[in-house]
Design a protein around this ligand. Structure first.
Ligand code: SF4
Length: 215
């Protein structure tokens, strides 16, 4: 039998804090979705498809990214299709597979929402610049752990991107290099969901992570 976690342990209390923030994030998602006449799952699907081109994603991938069942993802995709926010088409290699891509209307719907004015955004503004950067790094580390253990799909983060060269420059303010735009950038500019991301293979991701950690 698993040992119950002590309510006084640091991990337990951090979990409590994260669950409080999750409630606030859900309220924010409802407010953002309402502004564009959608529900949070539909809005999350539009955000997921943004920057993924005409090929988009398969229904299974959409479900995996959102942590919902395929029937739930299918219902939401069908509702978005009726609103002309997404378009379905057959896969290039497997014609029976359904792919879903964002339309111009869907992109416009995302533009009607404002993340900066959210409750979570206001709470973040209460942190100092250094605290925000530390939080970003902690999030990158936690999300990477989840993706590398297979709990969630690979995310469009710098640390899993083929274009990312960690600590390639001596400049401590901008030590990293993005080979996509051929420019140096700093820790606070690390991306969690970059539209230009190109997924690196597992061994490259491991080597990049080691170099990132060593820096
Ligand atoms: S393309 Fe995007 S994810 Fe990849 S290194 Fe550049 S900024 Fe990061």
């Amino acid at each position: 039998m698993e040992t119950p976690q002590s309510p006084l342990s640091l991990e337990y209390r951090i979990g409590e804090g994260l669950s409080r923030l999750a409630v606030v994030l859900r309220v924010d998602e409802w407010n953002r979705a309402k502004a564009s006449g959608l529900n949070p799952t539909q809005l999350a699907i539009l955000g997921l498809l943004e920057g993924r081109g005409d090929d988009g994603l398969g229904v299974k991938e959409v479900a995996a990214h959102l942590g919902v069942s395929q029937p739930t993802a299918t219902d939401s995709i069908n509702a978005l299709e009726r609103k002309n926010h997404v378009a379905k088409h057959p896969g290039v290699t497997d014609k029976r597979a359904v792919r879903v891509a964002l339309t111009a209307d869907g992109l416009a719907a995302i533009g009607q929402t404002n993340r900066e004015q959210s409750l979570a955004g206001q709470a973040l503004a209460a942190l100092g610049a250094g605290e925000r950067e530390d939080l970003l790094l902690a999030l990158v580390k936690m999300i990477r752990h989840l993706q590398e253990t297979g709990a969630i799909p690979v995310q469009r983060m710098c640390v899993s991107c083929r274009y990312f060269a960690p600590f390639a420059h001596a400049d401590t303010a901008r030590p990293h290099h993005c080979k996509f735009v051929d420019a140096a950038f700093g820790q606070r500019e690390l991306r969690i969901d970059c539209r230009d991301h190109l997924e690196a293979d597992p061994s490259s991701r491991a080597a990049t992570w080691d170099a990132f950690q060593a820096g």
